[in-house]
Design a protein around this ligand. Structure first.
Ligand code: TYD
Ligand code: MG
Length: 450
């Protein structure tokens, strides 16, 4: 016989619960934190996660454990798989954050369709934000094959649990985790308590199954996964979607139990949804028909295992106030100021009475020291109004003494630039036919020589 539901008051700070409401939590002493919760003795939690309290877990020799084969589900979306470390690991939970409208739902529905094609098993898309019709509308616009994808539009955790038990899907999308609530975690939806409770229940399910669960989460303007920040330690992988001003989207992992966090996934959002950008150089070097204008220099950078050429743009104008300023958001301003100071000292050309504007084509953020020499060339070219020789790529770190210092993986950088058709590669090593440069002065003489 089903037992009666019971009401308890639970502290949102420490989780202490008791049968009466109090103004102050007797355990942690916090004020006004006790909230009404319903305890359902018929809850399916134990059966759902497969962890009944009476079941004992015993250690086994690690040497006898067989490593999982086919442990990853390759989604077939190349840039998504790259960021995950070669596909999504089974029995794992992935949190994908991003500001509203960036393309999380688009990526998720594309991933569902791609996985349905390549992997046996059911796919479940849980939407707490959009109706089934809206999700179908999007899939149709993207010309996706939706056969074999089940959709569930709900915000109730209990509905999701029932669907998971009934379908046993191989891939589950929860779009978004912020909309899911359970009466067991308090009356008010959307609290951190709710979020943690619901995520914990869902993660508990996926840990026991050969499935992958992806939970989307909205982030606030300043970039933190608000609320969902508290989920980061619970999930296996945290990835976030970022954008620049136009249609390019960057996918980056900040935590990954099953892969590196260096890989950058690059997508373009277009008419037919998100498409993978396999060759980033095409995106980050501006195509020009005429001559390259002054203030522009190319360099070769690494994002994870991938090298590509990017274009650095500089502009110098007389300072508007007695203090000159650096306006640069894609390259650290301190780096720009340091390279400008080295140039001033080593070449005698004044930068300290100039405002410096720096941009990177395609909006990718550059943090490597290997960009220093190209940055110096762009600044010098902008200041003198003399363009750099066409078809050149400059690689190297600049020291305060004005030397061009070696950087990691020079050979691969030179090779990439050559393969992309850049004739003149300047680098601190003469690898693969690159011109060797050892100082800023030498580099400037080489790129501006007629
Ligand atoms: P969406 O995936 O709904 O974002 P999120 O789930 O992160 O909130 O993306 C919506 C945006 O993407 C919206 O501004 C329209 C745009 N979009 C395209 O440009 N092309 C497309 O094919 C689709 C489906 C969306
Ligand atoms: Mg969405």
């Amino acid at each position: 016989m089903a037992k009666k539901k019971e009401i308890v008051y639970k502290c949102s700070e420490c989780g202490y619960s008791q049968p009466r409401w109090l103004g102050r939590c007797p355990q942690c002493g916090a004020w006004n934190t006790l909230a009404e919760c319903i305890v359902d003795p018929n809850s399916t939690t134990a059966a759902f996660t497969g962890n009944s309290a009476t079941e004992k877990v015993k250690p086994v020799p690690l040497s006898l454990v067989s490593a999982q084969e086919n442990a990853r589900i390759v989604t077939g979306i190349q840039e998504f798989d790259r960021v995950l470390g070669g596909g999504a690991m089974r029995r794992s939970a992935i949190l994908i954050g991003g500001e509203p409208g960036i393309g999380k739902s688009t990526l998720m529905v594309q991933a569902c369709a791609a996985i349905r094609k390549a992997t046996p098993g059911k796919v479940l898309y849980v939407s707490g934000e959009e109706s089934a019709g809206q999700v179908k509308g999007r899939a149709d616009r993207l010309s996706l094959d939706t056969s074999g994808i089940e959709i569930l539009c709900t915000m109730r955790l209990e509905d999701i649990k029932d669907a998971l038990v009934a379908l046993n899907p191989v891939f589950v999308v929860i779009d978004s985790i912020q909309t899911v609530y359970s009466v067991e975690a308090g009356i008010v939806p959307g609290t951190v308590n709710q979020l943690k409770f619901c995520a914990n229940e869902l993660i508990g399910w996926v840990k026991e199954r050969d499935s992958v669960m992806v939970m989307s989460a909205h982030v606030t303007k300043d970039g933190v996964i608000a609320g969902p920040k508290s989920l980061e330690h619970m999930v296996d992988t945290v990835i976030s979607f970022e954008r620049n001003d136009d249609e390019v989207r960057f996918l980056r992992a900040s935590k990954n139990r099953f892969g590196s966090v260096d890989e950058l996934g690059i997508f373009a959002m277009g008419e037919d949804g998100l498409s993978c950008v396999g060759d980033p150089s095409a995106m980050f070097v501006t195509k020009r028909t005429g001559k390259t204008p002054a203030g522009i220099a190319n360099t070769c950078v690494f994002e994870g295992s991938r090298a590509f050429v990017v274009e650095i743009q500089a502009l110098t104008v007389p300072a508007k106030s007695s203090m000159s300023r650096v306006y640069s958001d894609k390259i650290d301003s301190a780096r720009v100021a340091r390279v400008a100071a080295v140039l001033e000292k080593r070449t005698g050309l004044r930068f300290s009475d100039m405002d410096l504007y720096i941009n990177v084509a395609g909006g990718v953020r550059l943090a490597e020291s290997a960009i220093d020499a190209a940055l110096a060339a762009a600044l010098y070219s902008a200041r003198t109004d003399v363009p750099i020789l066409d078809g050149s790529v400059i690689i190297g770190e600049v020291s305060l003494a004005g030397e061009v210092r070696p950087v990691q993986r020079v050979r691969q950088r030179v090779k990439t630039a050559r393969e992309l058709g850049f004739r003149d590669v300047l680098a601190p090593d003469d690898e693969d036919g690159a011109r060797r440069i050892s100082s800023v002065k030498e580099m400037l003489a080489a790129v501006f020589a007629k």
